[in-house]
Design a protein around this ligand. Structure first.
Ligand code: AMP
Length: 252
């Protein structure tokens, strides 16, 4: 089977990001760009399924600026066979990304799409579920375990997913969309040699126009503001001290 992995280039989640003085946007100019950490996990899972002999091909797909090619080369070094960049300078909302991924799915016919559970820049957690709805495929979001078995002429996946109450196990016939949670696996490191070899792997560049997808945003962001600063915590030695402190601060 063919697995498609959606990978987004984001500002390093450990970098200090500030709101511009006029509140018009986030200033991420000084932050290095990396692969969204949940997408590293999604990719690792796809590569492990291939290593188990369950997939023949893993395709990494990203939508965004042409600089995302570097991140796609990293995805190729980590085991993807092929990469597709949908190049656009337009800031993409999850709905537009889901439409683009649907168009790529229609071209590639993968049996499994693995997304990250959320992108660390917008924390939307919308793209995977929207894509599954658009394709009419089953979905399992926030996966912490995925196993795939051949069944009849096709495949069936069993996914353990994290839910508020603990975990839930679901079975889904493929094709399906799964979004990767933090506990799914630990992504491997990439060696320099693999990065060099990855230069030879195919990287196709498409555009929203070629795919026939309108990526215009229907959401207008009015302003950004920083969260209020929190006072540092203090350690208390007993419940009595905690109660006294809370009373002093007027909390209780
Ligand atoms: P979001 O809905 O923005 O939180 O993103 C959830 C997941 O959708 C990410 O972890 C990626 O797998 C995928 N995704 C979002 N934006 C993009 C993008 N521009 N290119 C490729 N995949 C994306």
């Amino acid at each position: 089977m063919k697995i498609l992995v959606a990978v987004k280039r984001v500002a390093d989640p450990d970098a200090r990001v500030r709101v511009r003085a006029d509140g018009s946007a986030l200033d991420v100019s000084g932050a290095p760009r990396v692969m969204n950490p949940f997408d590293e996990i999604a990719l690792e899972e796809a590569v492990r399924l291939k290593e188990k002999g369950l997939a023949e091909e893993v395709i990494a797909v990203s939508a965004g600026e042409t600089d995302s090619q570097e991140m796609l080369r990293t995805a190729l070094a980590r085991g993807a066979d092929r990469a597709v960049l949908i190049a656009t300078a337009v800031a993409l909302q999850p709905l537009a990304v889901a439409k683009l991924l649907r168009a790529v799915c229609e071209r590639e016919s993968p049996q499994l799409v693995v997304c990250g559970k959320q992108a660390t820049d917008d924390d939307a957690a919308q793209t995977g579920p929207m894509l599954s709805a658009m394709l009419g495929w089953p979905q399992a979001a926030f996966a912490s375990e995925i196993s795939v078995e051949a069944e009849g002429g096709g495949y069936r996946a069993t996914v353990v997913r994290e839910v508020d109450e603990g975990s839930e196990t679901v079975e889904l016939p493929l094709p399906a969309v799964v979004t990767a949670g933090l506990r799914l696996n630990e992504p491997r490191f990439t060696s320099l040699a693999r990065l060099v070899q990855a230069r030879k792997k195919p990287l196709e560049i498409l555009t929203p126009e070629v795919l026939g997808v309108d990526v215009i945003s229907h959401i207008e962001t009015l302003s950004f503001m920083e969260s209020p600063r929190r006072e540092p915590g203090v350690r208390v030695k007993s419940v009595a001290e905690l109660v006294r402190l809370l009373k002093e601060r007027g909390v209780i």
